[in-house]
Structure formats: structure tokens, C-alpha cells
Write a protein of this length. Sequence first.
Length: 466
Amino acid sequence: MPRTLQRALIVITPGLAIWFLPIAGLAPPQRHLLAVFVATIVALVAHPVPMGVSAITAMTLLAVTRTLPSARVLSGFANLTVWLVFSAFLFARAITVTQLGRRIAFLIIRRFGRSSLSLGYSLAVADLVLAPFVPSDTARGGGIMAPIVRSVAEAEGSLPGPTAAKLGSFLMLVGFHSTYTASAMFLTGMAANPLIAEFAQKIAHVELSWLRWASGAIVPGLLSIALVPLLIYKLVPPSETEAATARAGADRVLADLGPMTRREWMLLAVMVSVMAGWITSPWHGLHNTIVALAGVSTLLLTRVITWDDLLHEGRAWDALIWFAPLLMMADALTETGVIGVLSQLLFARLTGLSWGMGLPILLLSYLYLHYGFASMTAHVTALYPGFVAAALLTGAPPFVAAMGLGYFSSIDASLTHYGTGSAPVYFGAGYVTQGTWWRVGFLVSLVQVALWLGVGMVWWKVLGWW
């Protein structure tokens, strides 16, 4: 049987089962909506067709079967969160086509790359600087940072194989673990983060603004950026401890780039202005999406990017097509009461536990279930609504429940070489064996849990979240 057909059967079977079998507490329309949603999530994991194809097919089924009105099926495209993600991808396009991202990374390497360890920190900081404006760890980690990491390793004479341990293995692991950590720290750091904010508003009735997201992440996130490279340095120590060649290589790249162009200066000014607009949104009242669209409009009018650049940014249009239907279905599941019913059925055993016990159980379960996912977005869409509803049932404060699961939605990527889009890029470079990748990933996950659940809880207490 062809592999594509096998994957199609894997997608269809659970959907058909839910469609026809009775589920306590769910009426037929609710069950049919859940069936299409589950089949869509399975399709995102099994990937028999591109994500956009799965999403459009799901929309069509919901309308044709009259599970939802046609206008409701298309309502996801009117959601502000969808356009925030779209706008952020266009910023990523601008950072790439102007080469501002490469310039920033190599400037940091030249300034701070004094040793192998400080070189690792330089790469982590570069990723962190780019994260607010590149809303995809695949685009940022796999598209911008991973090629830089590889070029730095090769410049030091570290290649896949016998010389991998010289420097490349260490740098590849640091680059990867920095990417998803940076994704956790900003609302616009990962494509699914705005989706999380939307779920949180619908289910927990809390608003996760750009400033609130960043303020909750700043302490555990920076501690993670500080400690994880050091842990990797101990677990996979590089035999090369100096980084003079890397700094010389950075000098050569920057010389080739030349002085900053008008487009780069304009992009930098717009990026700073947009970030200022996000931070001050509680005062001026404009939604984060409108601020982002204002920045995109400025980039287009000043020709930092052209209309053709926008039309050719496939990742932005792809995200628009699949993200809107997922958001629509998730909203519909909440509005029709499906999430509430399922949460009570699946998490009944948590009843009676204090939130101080129940929430850590939920967070750890949520994190380690990511062994079964190849996408952070699929993980969020499938599990976040139910888990946040269950956390609220334990009495957990809404902000702690919503944000805790939100941050764990990125740090769960530490575990495997397939758990997020940037992982196969770093792993595929050939510097790290699968056994080492999984061993380091699990140990790093323990440190991340201690930082985000331990130190994070204390910091969130300071912020008044509980």
C-alpha cells in the first residue's frame, strides 16, 4: 500500500470513529465538529498532504455537512491573530532579503566570540535579538541561524564526522536549544504563540498581550539562555576552546556585506518602532496586529520590501491559509462546549487536587507528550485548550495556567530531533548523533522545567499573577 494512502487512512479512521460513535455529553453537531478537528490534527502530524490542504479540506467538510454555517467556517480569516502572524512573517522576509539578520548575528559573534563557550552565548543572543520579528523557529533557527552556526563550525575546521566534537557538536546543540527558548519568550517568537493567546482569551478569559507575555518570560527565559549553553558545554565539551578563527570569519563576512544600507537602517528603525508600539499598546489602545500592519505598510512604502517580495513570501501565505481554519475550529469547539465536556471526561481524576499539585502534573504531561508530535503548532492546537481548561478546573489562577502552558508549548521542543521545524535542520547537519541529541534534550528539559516552573512561579508571584 502506498505510504500516502496509509497516512490518509491514519487521518480518516479516528475522524470517522468520532463522527459515528456516541460520546457522553456531546450532541451530533458537536461530535461532528470534533471529528473534523481531530482528523485535521492527525493530518498535521501524519502529513499526508501539506498543512494548507488539510485545513481547506476541513473547512469544506464543515460547510458541506452543515456542521457549521458557511460564514462561520470562513470567519477565521477575519481574526486579528491570524493577521499578526502573517505580518510577522513579512518582517522575517525583510530581515532575510536585506541580510540584516546575518549582519546582526555576525556583529555579535565578532564582539563576544572570545572562546567556544562565549561563541555559543553569542549565537544564543543573536537568536534572541531576532526572535520578536521572526515568528517561526523554522525560519529563524533553520533559515537564518543554522547556516551561520555551520559556517562558524567549518571555519574552525570542525566538520561532520571525526572533527565534529572539535566545536560543531556543541554549537549545533546550543543553536537549537537557544532557538526554541527564544520562541518561548515573545508573543511573536513562534507561530503558535498568538494562537495560544487566542485560546487563553476564549477559555481562561485573560488577555496575553505582547508586553505581558515578555514580562512573564524575561526572568526564566534569560536564566535559560544563561544556563543551558553552560550545561551543554559540560555534556558535550568541545575540544577547541578558542574562537579566533570564528571572529576572523565574522570580520570577512561583515566586510563582504559592507556598510549598512538605507534599507537596513529603515528596517531597523521600523522594527524598533513596532516593538515600542507593542510595549505601549496598553496606553495607545491599538491592537498588536494593527501596529504590525503599520510596520509592514511602512516597509512596503519605503521599498524595504516590495510587493513582489510579499507575494513570494510563501510561508506567510501558507500560515494564513492553515492558521485561520485551525483558529476557527478551536473557537467553535470552545463556544459549543466541546472543550469543557472533554476536559471533564479526560481529567476527572484531578478533581480534588489543589492547583499547586494539579498544575505541575498537567504541565509535565503536556511537555512530555511532545515526544508524539512533530510540530509545536499541532501540539498546541490539539492539547492546549483541553489542558488549560483542566488547569482552571483545579483552581489554578488563569494567568498562571494560560502562560505556564504557553511557555511549555515552546520548551517542549527540546526533546527530539523532529519536534519542531528547526530540529531537523540542526540535526541534519550531521554533527550530533540521535542518541546524544535525545540524551541532551531530556536533560535540558529537566533544567527548563526547574527554571520555568520553579523560578518562573516565584517571578509570576512578583508580577501578581497568583
